[in-house]
Each structure stands twice: as structure tokens, then as C-alpha cells.
Design a binder for this molecule. Structure first.
Ligand code: NAD
Ligand code: LMR
Length: 328
């Protein structure tokens, strides 16, 4: 039996993500939590003829506790999105506190659940979640994931004209680092199957993967950021975690994890000098089975991109850790 929970379920990502989870035969129970509208979203989705039992919760009447109790996997897209001209770091002020509060709830009511953080800035909200779980004495790094799948999905899509793949999702591209601007590093040299990017197109392609989020923010013109593609990506990652728990072997997806606490992570931490980093993760019954050190095979151009990414990440990670250690 798998109970999935969405925190922030009434939002632009929360609703389509909840729809995908409700439609999935892998989910037996689905709890939707938000500060608004969850009774309506849950009532609507409850008419779908799929196996999952669904219920919506608001903060009143111990809603967070009821939503999280017996949860196996909790996905968090709660928090404000960007408007044109904003960076993800500009969201920190509001979203840091939201993530902290929700993860405190997880520590109390579902400490064994897999926790998937979508709320931005991911480079800082995941360290916040780790600190909260540490303080509560329930931190299992193998179960905490920053969701960077949208960067992977974008990379798969944007290279299609060079890969020639009929189905872009069949191209595997490790996208590593963090989830904002130049902290995102696509390692095209390790794409499988391999393909060639014309030299005069490489920089633009890297830039498009790094700043794909801005493309959507600009197009939505004040109405928020990526929601539908994010719901697709968030569901893909959640489904991978659930499939691995149910016994499927060999599932590998990049995710932003706490390196010192996961098998294989020490080598990446040593190579990068940071504790949190997105690398391809082999998933298993207990979460991260192995972090794959793809950095050692990066080419010279990619190494330069990695240097820039690591610099930015250090600041973002420290900001998150500091938010919990030295409350403002
Ligand atoms: P949205 O404003 O449409 O939805 C956010 C939802 O969170 C709202 O329904 C709101 O009521 C809810 N919420 C706010 N405070 C809450 C709390 N304390 N408890 C529970 N719910 C709460 O925003 P969105 O477009 O769905 O984006 C959500 C977040 O996801 C943003 O921070 C955005 O930047 C981020 N995001 C991340 C990625 C990624 O790749 N990781 C991609 C896209 C968006
Ligand atoms: C994205 O990559 O689309 C998200 O992180 C949302 C954003 O702010 O760009």
C-alpha cells in the first residue's frame, strides 16, 4: 500500500501533480494539503475511476497531521512562484519559512516518508529541510530529494534536434549541480545514446537548459512559472521512487541530495566541496541506493561550467543551513 501526500496541492503545480498521482495505479491513498481549496480539489479528483482513495485537508482540525499520518511519500510544491524579473533566490524570504514549517510536520507525523522538495529555491530549501529533520533527530539522507527532474526533462527535449530521438525521453542526459541558472550543468558529453552538438550551438543549448525556467516565467507574463511541465517532471520522479520501493531495479534519476549521507556521495562531496549536489541517483527500496559520480568523466568545457555552479551553490546552501541554525 502506498500513501502519497501533496503539500501545496491547490496550486499551479499541486493540482496537475495531484491529478497524475490520482490517476496512477501505483498509488493507493492520496492526501492533499494546502492552506486553501483542498476540499474542492479533492472532491473533483475523487470522481476519477482510479484505485487511489483521496482526501483533502486544510490547516484547521489538525489537517497537516491527518494528511501526513502513515505517509510513504510526501511531495512539496507549496510556496510562491517567480514573476518576471525575479530570481529563485528572491523567493527565499517567503518559501524558506513555508518549507521549514511543513518539514517540521513531516518530522513529527511521517518521519519515515520519502520527502520530495519542489518549492524554490531548491538549492536552499533542501538544506533547510535537512536541518529541520536533523534537529528532530529523524534525518535519513537517503529519503530526502530536491526535485531537479524538470532540468533533465528540458535537456532531453531541447537536444532533440541534435539527438534525432523520436521520443526525447529515451535520451539520457545527466544534468547535475543545483536548480537555478548557472548552477544547472547538463553533461551532454555523457548523453546516451551519444550525439554531436555543432560547436556554434553548444553555448546556446547549455544556456537554454540553465534558463529554461525564465523562458516560461517570461511567457506567462506575471501569472507564475512552470506548472504543467513541473507536474509532469515531479510525477516522473515520484513514480520512480515508488517503483523502486516496489522492487524495480536500476532506476536512475538525477536529484539534489545530501551527499555525505548517501552511498557514493562522499566522492562527489570531495570533488565539489559542497554537501548538497544533484547527481544521478540509483533508487532502491530505502531511497538513494547509490549516488553516481558522473563528474569524473566531465570534459574540459563541462568542468568550467561545474566550477561556476559550485561557487553559486555554496552560497545558496549556506543560506538555507543558516536560516535554521541562526533564525532571522
Ligand atoms: P502556486 O502559487 O500556484 O501554488 C503554491 C501553493 O502553495 C498554493 O496553492 C498555496 O496556497 C500553497 N501554500 C502556500 N503556503 C502554504 C503552506 N504553508 N502550506 C501548504 N500550502 C501552502 O505556485 P506553483 O506555480 O505551484 O509553484 C510552487 C513552487 O514550486 C514555487 O516555489 C516555484 O518556484 C516552485 N517550482 C519549482 C520547480 C522545480 O523544478 N523544482 C519548478 C517549477 C516551480
Ligand atoms: C523552473 O525551473 O521552471 C522553476 O524552477 C520555476 C522557476 O522559477 O523558473
Amino acid at each position: 500500500m502506498v500513501k502519497a501526500v501533496v503539500l501545496g496541492a491547490s496550486g499551479g503545480i499541486g493540482q496537475p501533480l495531484s491529478l497524475l498521482l490520482k490517476a496512477s495505479p501505483l498509488v493507493d491513498e492520496l492526501a492533499l494539503y494546502d492552506v486553501v481549496n483542498t476540499p474542492g480539489v479533492a472532491a473533483d479528483l475523487s470522481h476519477i475511476s482510479s484505485p487511489a482513495k483521496i482526501e483533502g485537508f486544510l490547516p484547521a482540525d489538525d489537517g497537516l497531521k491527518k494528511a501526513l499520518t502513515k505517509a510513504d511519500i510526501v511531495v512539496i510544491p507549496a510556496g510562491i512562484p517567480r514573476k518576471p524579473g525575479m530570481t529563485r533566490d528572491d523567493l527565499f524570504k517567503v518559501n524558506a519559512g513555508i518549507v521549514q514549517t511543513l518539514v517540521k510536520g513531516i518530522a513529527e507525523f511521517s518521519p519515515k516518508a520519502f520527502v520530495l522538495i519542489i518549492s524554490n529555491p531548491v538549492n536552499s530549501t533542501v538544506p533547510i529541510a535537512a536541518e529541520v529533520l536533523k534537529n528532530a533527530g529523524v534525518f535519513d539522507p537517503k529519503r530526502l530529494f530536491g526535485v531537479t527532474t524538470l532540468d533533465v526533462v528540458r535537456a532531453e527535449t531541447f537536444v532533440q534536434e541534435y539527438s534525432g530521438a523520436k521520443d526525447p525521453s529515451q535520451t539520457t542526459i545527466p544534468v547535475v549541480g543545483g536548480h537555478s541558472g548557472d548552477t544547472i550543468v547538463p553533461l551532454f558529453s555523457q548523453a546516451k545514446p551519444a550525439f554531436t552538438i555543432p560547436a556554434d550551438k553548444y553555448d546556446a543549448l547549455v544556456n537554454r537548459v540553465q534558463f529554461g525556467g525564465d523562458e516560461v516565467v517570461k511567457a506567462k507574463d506575471g501569472a507564475g512559472s512552470a506548472t504543467l511541465s513541473m507536474a509532469f517532471a515531479g510525477f516522473r520522479f515520484a513514480e520512480s521512487v515508488i517503483k523502486a520501493v516496489k522492487g524495480t531495479k536500476g532506476i536512475v534519476e538525477p536529484s539534489f541530495v545530501y551527499l555525505p549521507g548517501v552511498p557514493g556521495g562522499e566522492a562527489v562531496a570531495k570533488a565539489t566541496g559542497v554537501d548538497f549536489f544533484s547527481v544521478p541517483i540509483e533508487l532502491g527500496a530505502t531511497g538513494v541506493e547509490k549516488a553516481v559520480n558522473v563528474l569524473e568523466n566531465a570534459n574540459e568545457t563541462e568542468k568550467k561550467l561545474l566550477e561556476v555552479a559550485i561557487k553559486g551553490l555554496k552560497t545558496n546552501i549556506e543560506k538555507g543551513v543558516d536560516f535554521v541554525k541562526n533564525p532571522p
